[in-house]
Design a protein around this ligand. Structure first.
Ligand SMILES: Nc1ncnc2c1ncn2[C@@H]1O[C@H](COP(=O)(O)OP(=O)(O)OP(=O)(O)O)[C@@H](O)[C@H]1O
Length: 534
């Protein structure tokens, strides 16, 4: 290390130079500590004719010194650079560049001084936050002629400058810390608000999607999350678990709520018609196409398209749907021009699509594209705690619909409901309750003997065998005065389908098979007859 250099005549002028500079103003106007450091260094360099001036800061951990706008760091415990010395000793250090080159081999430090002439000197000063403490803010590095550096270090103006710099630095650092803390607080408040808002929406959903089980609560939270996005949603769940309800709720919660909600059951539409239903067609696109027709994709523009029973979509159409999902573009049948639609697709299936992919009946790429936000609906058997609430709600609905006085349900009947198996899930429970309500005498509560499937075991004991027989065994009552054969046939068909679906717990595949119908035909009939079964 070099000896201090004797003061020169230059020192007397420095005080004047410094006081003449509008330093305070420039520094005080700095809005952050980094700007303050850069401005200080620039002022020192420019006004004092120094070869180099730089302020380095100590990081929050106190272990590193950093340079603004530079990734490089200096370890405060690494004595291969002079900063560690001044921080450790708390005293300034002056050394020649030549000396530093030979004795200090820190690569970062060497590159910092690489452009300096060997005749120059370096002066490194520790900068502390509060006078008399070891609360370090960083270090200042100055390079210049020995005479200039000496004059500078002895000048009271320089001491004043340094004091001002440190005081401002401290204040800005404190403010920045406070800002940082307040930002963290605001972020967490925003998250909390988000959480509260989401919870409120999920609670609101509980009025429509009943059930207080953990599975239903989680489902509602998922729906709220999915509704916030524009991602394609794939609803998977057994028949009757509420996929249709969920799709509608999601649309209502989404930013597209004011747009259309268009739904199509891919299993209920004959394959030949499905394409034109979805994509629309131009005039004369096929025989019978007397005029052009908008498809559901076009009608769902700005809203949501719900594709129920997506597993039943023919492969050729799957490819076209994938294109809509990827590009928002589609071409109506018989038209040359492509069109655009901005829609969100929600698809649903009760079929194991992965199996269908293996059997090459469903495209893997479409499966993954549809399932950007997959949601699985829990079967009723896995959330039996919800049965009482659902049952009570269906009773209330029935009474309101049929104009009956409100009725209750006996504890014994409720116990039986708990014990049942529900392959048809909520739909099956609803059908059971509707049936039980219809069979319950006015003024009474639903009791065990009116629950379908329970009568066999109970009729004999109860002496009520003349009152009711199981629904599926009941003969169809034919009105004597038929004046509308078509309507009567429709009623009969509807009764048979209802009974068969009830018998098979809402399972359409089994009901269709038992009636000798293709599943698609049964689904179509349900739609025509406006049965709550798709
Ligand atoms: N959580 C629920 N709260 C109230 N009602 C429900 C709930 N889940 C389902 N339902 C009712 O159950 C019946 C069947 O629901 P939905 O049609 O949505 O089922 P799904 O899963 O779409 O059936 P599928 O696969 O057979 O098309 C409907 O009457 C629906 O309103």
């Amino acid at each position: 290390m070099t000896q201090p250099v004797a003061p020169t005549a230059e020192s007397s002028a420095l005080s004047v130079e410094l006081s003449a500079m509008p330093l305070a103003l420039t520094l005080v106007e700095s809005h952050c500590a980094a700007t303050l450091r850069q401005r200080s260094a620039t002022l020192l360099k420019r006004h004092l004719g120094l070869a180099l001036a730089e302020c380095l800061y100590i990081d929050g951990s106190g272990r590193w010194l950093g340079r603004d706008g530079d990734e490089g760091q200096f370890d405060c415990g690494d004595f291969h650079h002079p900063y560690a010395h001044v921080i450790r000793s708390g005293k300034p250090l002056t050394l020649s560049v030549a000396d530093a080159r030979i004795r200090l081999d820190h690569p970062g430090f060497q590159s910092q001084v690489a452009s300096l002439g060997s005749a120059l000197h370096l002066h490194v000063r520790p900068l502390r936050g509060v006078e008399g403490t070891r609360e370090w803010l960083g270090v200042m590095l100055l390079a210049g002629t020995p005479a200039r550096l000496l004059a500078l270090t002895e000048d009271p103006g320089m001491a004043a400058f340094e004091a001002l710099l440190c005081r401002l630095w401290m204040r800005l650092a404190r403010e920045q810390g406070e800002r940082h803390r307040s930002r963290i607080l605001q972020d967490s408040l925003a998250k909390l608000n988000d959480g509260t808002r989401r919870q409120a929406l999920a609670d609101q959903l509980a009025e429509d999607l009943l059930g207080q089980s953990a599975a239903m609560q989680a489902l509602r939270r998922h729906i709220v999350r999915a509704a916030e996005t524009n991602l394609a949603v794939l609803l998977q769940g057994e028949t009757g678990t509420g996929k249709d309800r969920v799709a509608r709720a999601m649309h209502q919660l989404s930013a597209r709520a004011n747009g259309p909600f268009m739904a199509i059951n891919c299993a209920a539409i004959p394959e030949a018609l499905l394409e034109s239903e979805l994509f629309g067609h131009g005039k004369g696109a096929f025989s019978g196409a007397d005029h052009a027709r908008e498809g559901l994709i076009s009608q769902a523009d700005g809203g949501t398209l719900f594709l129920d029973e997506i597993g039943d979509m023919p492969l050729a159409l799957q490819a076209k749907l994938l294109r809509v999902l990827e590009s928002g573009r589609y071409r109506p049948l018989g038209e040359n021009e492509e069109r655009c639609a901005d829609l969100r697709v929600v698809a649903a299936t009760h079929q194991p699509l992965r199996e269908q992919i293996k059997e090459q009946r469903f495209r893997a790429d479409l499966y993954y594209r549809l399932g950007q936000f997959p949601i699985t609906l829990p079967p009723l058997n896995e959330r039996r705690d919800d049965i009482a609430q659902l049952a009570q709600s269906f009773i209330t609905d029935f009474c309101a619909r049929e104009g009956r006085d409100e009725m209750g349900i006996t504890p014994a009947a409720l116990r039986l409901l708990y014990r049942r198996d529900y392959p048809g899930n909520v739909r099956e429970l609803k059908n059971v309750i509707d049936y039980a309500c219809a069979m319950t005498p006015h003024g009474a509560d639903i009791d065990t003997y009116v629950l379908p499937g329970e009568q066999d075991s109970q009729l004999a004991d109860s002496g009520l065998d003349d009152m009711v027989a199981p629904a599926e065994e009941m003969p169809l009552a034919l009105p004597g005065d038929i004046d509308d054969l078509r309507q009567t046939m429709r009623d009969i068909e509807s009764t048979i389908i209802r009974q068969r679906l009830r018998l098979f717990g809402g399972n359409r595949a089994q009901a269709a098979q038992s009636l000798g119908l293709p599943k698609r035909t049964l689904a179509h009939k349900c739609q025509l007859l406006e049965l709550d079964i798709k």
